[in-house]
Unconditional design. Structure first.
Length: 101
């Protein structure tokens, strides 16, 4: 593929991502004295079951495809539905017949 030139014009990239609103995976280190364990100033609020959104999108060369919100999680059936409803019309709009996905 390192010698590709025109072939890259036919490559379609896609991905899906979940974005959480309140959750952060980073660990927080806290320095406090023994008597400060439950003082309000030393506590960080947390959110269980942080709300978020799942999105799917695609692009090819210099043309961005649709970015869609996905209800729930993506399983095989939902992924096929997304490709049918959004990817195929996007490819038809581009006029690409022999694409690399």
């Amino acid at each position: 593929m390192k010698n590709w030139k025109e072939e890259w014009d036919r490559v379609v990239f896609s991905d899906e991502s979940r974005y959480l609103i309140f959750k952060n995976d980073a660990h927080k280190l806290v320095w406090r004295r023994c008597d400060e364990k439950y003082k309000q100033d030393c506590l960080a609020p947390t959110v269980k079951n942080s709300p978020g959104v799942m999105v799917w999108g695609c692009f090819c060369k210099d043309r961005m495809g649709p970015l869609i919100l996905v209800d729930g999680n993506i399983n095989a059936a939902k992924y096929i539905q997304i490709l049918d409803e959004y990817l195929l019309p996007y490819l038809q709009e581009l006029g690409i017949e022999n694409y690399i996905f």
